[in-house]
Design a binder for this molecule. Structure first.
Ligand SMILES: [Zn+2]
Length: 434
């Protein structure tokens, strides 16, 4: 009897961990217009057409064997240890606006974020075998997961929530910095997620502290996250901003909220007041539970963009498989920035043509993927266009945070001003040559 109750509680927590949120609950907002048959059809047709078009665009076929296979490209080499390195000195040192560390929640033992291990196990662990997995740069990146990989990914997520996974232990600060050095990435924004769990849900606090403890805040720019239905959300944002956070990650899919929910408006107002950039997961990745697809449709982001015209929003993954709609949003609202992580070369090229490269920002979603997988795509697409390459890899990210300074910053207390340096200020500190 006692065992079955424990088991029931255990399963309850497991559901919260995997289905994303004690604070989530059921919402009354189940208007059928939120998610329609034509939304379902659009995702199916996006999947079919990208497969059909892969390799047939103006860049031709870009398929590699593992991340190491990217050494075939002119900008990369394998060093004597077999480590992939970007060796082209004229590639601008990038700012990656979309990174995470290994996650542990609930019962999981804390990951030692200061540990160095011989190899990073990315969530798409493409270099596990030699030769590595089939890596196609002309599809949305998660199309490279096999069905078996996706099963591992799900079990990995569950095990991270409960006892920590072997892969997560390799997704640490020194390992990220080593990969940044090898990939000419100078700085990275680290984005935790608040899942709204009853306990063990303090990634923002832990990651801020870990970056501080490592003494690497010149290279790793801390982000933070709050759950939109956390009663403490505004107070937490104030604390995170004071502790040096620059960006707030909101994940409609995992946190199960509509970005135009009236409850979230005070989060945006606080971000604007505190000079924080909002980083949204945007669009359907296509590998999440279908019941969560409805939250991330780009049209549900319009109201936030329109109501807070001075607040910069990054639309992460540039809308993922809803890229066309996210691009249209970014063209309508000049406070919308497209985080390009995940888009294949043909899609990325379309986005650059539509925007001239303006407000596109580089991101990698590490540790899902090797940093070089995203870098390679930018280098392929921007060949012959140095200005756009610079802007996408670095210049736009510098402008992004310059926009986010709070209007009252002149009157802010000293400690606030000390922590409100933009990427621009940070970039004047010394960066590694390679
Ligand atoms: Zn991410």
């Amino acid at each position: 009897m006692a065992r079955s109750i424990e088991r029931r509680e255990f399963l309850g927590l497991l559901t919260a961990a995997t289905a994303g949120a004690a604070l989530g609950g059921c919402r009354s907002d189940d208007d059928p217009r939120r998610y329609t048959e034509s939304d379902v059809a659009a995702l199916a047709s996006q999947r079919a057409s990208e497969l059909e078009r892969s390799g047939k665009g103006r860049f031709g076929v870009h398929r590699y064997r593992g991340y190491r296979g990217l050494a075939e490209l002119p900008w990369f080499e394998l060093d004597a240890d077999g480590t992939l390195r970007c060796v082209a000195d004229d590639v601008p040192t990038a700012i990656d606006v979309h990174c995470h560390f290994g996650m542990s929640m609930l019962f999981a033992p804390e990951i030692d974020l200061q540990a160095r291990t011989p190899r990073v196990r990315h969530l798409l662990d493409c270099d596990r075998e030699d030769p590595g997995c089939d890596l196609d740069l002309d599809v949305y990146v998660n199309a490279n997961f096999t069905p078996a990989d996706l099963r591992d990914l799900w079990w990995g997520a569950v095990s991270q929530g409960l006892w920590g996974s072997a892969a997560a232990k390799t997704q640490t600060i020194p390992n990220l910095l080593a990969e940044m050095d090898a990939s000419r990435v100078g700085q990275a924004v680290i984005l935790p997620i608040a899942f709204g769990l009853p306990f063990g849900d303090d990634l923002s606090e832990r990651w801020l502290a870990a970056i501080e403890a490592a003494g690497v805040s010149d290279r790793l720019i801390p982000g933070a996250s709050v759950h939109p239905r956390d009663p403490e959300r505004v107070a937490k944002l104030e604390r995170f901003a004071a502790a040096g956070a620059r960006v707030v990650k909101l994940h409609p899919t995992m946190q199960r909220f509509y970005p135009d929910d009236p409850d979230v408006m005070d989060v945006y107002a606080a971000c604007e007041r505190l000079g924080l950039v909002v980083f949204f997961h945007t669009g359907r990745a296509g590998i999440e539970p279908e019941s969560t697809h409805r939250y991330a449709l780009p049209r549900h982001y319009e109201e936030a963009l329109a109501n807070f015209p001075r607040l910069p929003f990054v639309l992460g993954h540039a809308g993922a498989r809803d890229g066309h709609e996210a691009l249209a949003l970014a063209r309508r609202h000049d406070n919308a920035w497209l985080g390009i992580h995940g888009q294949g070369v043909t899609q990325l090229d379309e986005m650059i043509r539509a925007t001239g490269g303006e407000r596109l920002v580089f991101g990698t979603d590490w540790p899902f993927y090797h940093l070089a997988a995203s870098l390679a795509k930018v280098l392929i697409v921007t060949q012959g266009s140095e200005r756009i390459r610079y802007d996408v890899l670095r210049g736009n990210a510098e402008h992004l945070t310059a926009k986010a300074h709070p209007p009252e910053s002149q009157n802010a207390p000293l400690d606030r001003r000390a922590t409100s340096a933009g990427f621009d200020d940070l970039s004047r500190r010394s960066l590694p040559a390679g």
